[in-house]
Design a protein around this ligand. Sequence first.
Ligand code: HMH
Length: 227
Amino acid sequence: MEAGLEQVAEVEGTTATWLKKDPLMYTAATRHPMILSIRDGSIDLSSFKRWLGQDYLFVRAFVPFVSSVLLKACRESDDNSDMEVLLSGLAALNDEIAWFKKEASKWGVVLSSIAPQKVNEDYCRFLESLMGPDVEYTVAVTALWAIELVYQQSFAYCLEEGSRTPPELAETCRRWGNEGFGQYCRSLQKIADRRLLRATNEELKKAQAVFFRVLEHEVEFWNMSRG
Ligand code: HMH
């Protein structure tokens, strides 16, 4: 008998089955033309600067979201190492905010005068919708994993052998494409898979919908940045 997706979930994790379910959507988010243009060196620097300013605003909204996931872990998790994984993510965001400021000044981007674009606002509103106490830890941590995964996969691709990423963009790519960040994403994935294995059907459905919504928001965010 052929193995169904549920049986695969027990062996390699629920999240792996989602990645297989809609490979085109996953590729759209992680191999976006914006990323391809960084990788082949053809990127328009005005796109990069637009991305930088908008992503800074996104990350500021991302901090309270990650905090809310940490809070849920402290209250709901069955494994106390989750808290340490999430705390390390939050600590990295402290560095990240400082890095955005430094990078912005390098490129002459004035962060204080940037207004969020609608796509960014919509994504931030989506994050807010996942912060309430009504959203289960399993669903929230799945969203967090998906959000981080897209950046990790996208920027790591720009660092692979044969890529022609401009040297002045390499540091940006390393921020999310480095091995430590890859490890962080795998830790988040493990947490999500562990929780999903014991989730109710309703939670599973919600988590899956949230996963695919994240991919859509990420594609929109790249589209917006590319202009
Ligand atoms: C839009 N998605 C977006 N921005 C980010 N900084 C990340 C994901 C990863 O942290």
